[in-house]
Ligand binder design. Structure first.
Ligand SMILES: C[S@@+](CC[C@H](N)C(=O)[O-])C[C@H]1O[C@@H](n2cnc3c(N)ncnc32)[C@H](O)[C@@H]1O
Ligand code: SF4
Ligand code: SF4
Length: 331
């Protein structure tokens, strides 16, 4: 059998633009998306079946031939479950209760700022998840990724978590942490590897306001403490993230404050990354400044110095950017 990307064979992505295979297609190729009309799930499953049949013969969609996905390039097909869905990505909406100036979704999805839980402009995913389950299309080790907008303010969010808990599916939740949701802790405790990654990006209330555009620092800290407390020995799955933002939080002082703050909350798993959504796609930006690369390395070392038992998570492609001092690696 031809070896090819497992996202094609095992992925399904409820995207802002329609339903598709993976998140790497974000915004680029209109034909990659099946529109959300009345029979979209049936239409997509039919298209998916034909696409997989072709892939097995070595014929790939144009977007896969041109794919330079930094995330999934080396993700090869899992032959044990061809056509079973293993990766469900829920990226289909554009509402958020925050206003991070760096947000990659702002232009791509015309992000809307809203406080209350809602489902404006987005299809209902839950009936489709139930349908896929009934059709026996979901692998027993399915992972659900919830991104958004802000997943915690999606009306269906608690239902999706309950569905995951019931089926023992792990969920990757990327959240700003402003709104507390008790099913997050339940999912961490009752499934194998549910994670909550909160982009804090700072160590102080002032910097939080500057980056996030709103005054919700206290809520985020309170919620993080609650998640750590509720998940006890699984609290390593509550992860705190820092995006190095040039000219804003790109100094050792802020990094040290972030590490101290996280330590005081009880966080033991740290995620460090660069701002890449804009920079990596900007043809004028190729080289990454030496100071930024050094700060990235400093952060990794410093976390381990503070406590060798702390975990440091990264994106492997960002490690590669830093190693090569360039955003254009692998393109
Ligand atoms: C668009 S956000 C949506 C989820 C959620 N609202 C949050 O902020 O975590 C998805 C992820 O992309 C990251 N992100 C957003 N803009 C970025 C950028 N310009 N560079 C790097 N990461 C970015 C966020 O930190 C978050 O982990
Ligand atoms: S090859 Fe690229 S575009 Fe195709 S399914 Fe995989 S990640 Fe998506
Ligand atoms: S919280 Fe997430 S979706 Fe909202 S503005 Fe920030 S990065 Fe964007």
């Amino acid at each position: 059998m031809e070896n090819y990307c497992k996202r094609l064979s095992n992925g399904i992505n409820f995207n802002f633009k329609g339903i598709t295979f993976c998140s790497s297609l974000w915004s680029n190729v209109a034909s990659a998306y099946t529109p959300y009309d009345k029979h979209y799930i049936e239409n997509f499953l039919e298209r998916r079946h034909k696409t997989i049949e072709n892939a097995q013969k070595g014929i790939f969609p144009d977007y896969c031939n041109k794919c330079n996905s930094k995330m999934h390039t080396h993700d090869n097909i899992d032959e044990s479950c061809v056509e079973k869905i293993k990766f469900i990505e829920i990226y289909h909406w554009n509402q958020c209760n925050c206003a991070c100036f760096y947000c990659s979704n702002r232009e791509e999805t015309n992000l809307k700022i809203t406080e209350k839980r809602n489902q404006k402009g987005a299809i209902d995913v839950m009936p489709m998840l139930k349908k896929l389950k009934k059709l026996n299309l979901l692998d027993e080790h399915t992972e659900i990724s919830m991104v958004g907008g802000e997943p915690t303010i999606l009306k269906e969010f608690p239902e999706i978590l309950k569905f995951a808990i019931k089926n023992k599916f792990s969920v990757n939740i990327l959240s700003n942490g402003i709104l507390y949701e008790k099913y997050i802790s339940k999912a961490i405790n009752e499934t194998q590897n549910t994670t909550l990654i909160v982009s804090l990006d700072c160590g102080t209330k002032e910097m939080f306001k500057r980056i996030k555009g709103i005054d919700k620092y206290d809520d985020v800290i309170k919620n993080l403490k609650k998640y750590v407390k509720e998940t006890k020995e699984k609290s390593r799955n509550v992860i705190c993230k820092y995006i190095i933002l040039p000219g804003v939080n790109d100094n050792q002082e802020e990094i040290n404050k972030w590490i101290d703050l996280c330590t005081s909350i009880g966080i033991t798993n740290f995620f460090i990354t660069l701002e890449f959504c804009k920079s990596a796609n900007d043809p004028k930006k190729e080289n990454i400044p030496e100071e930024i690369c050094q700060l990235y390395e400093y952060t990794k070392t410093k976390i381990k110095e503070v406590n060798p038992n702390f975990s440091v998570s990264t994106y492997s492609f960002v490690d590669e950017f830093v190693k090569n001092r360039s955003y254009k690696v692998g393109h």
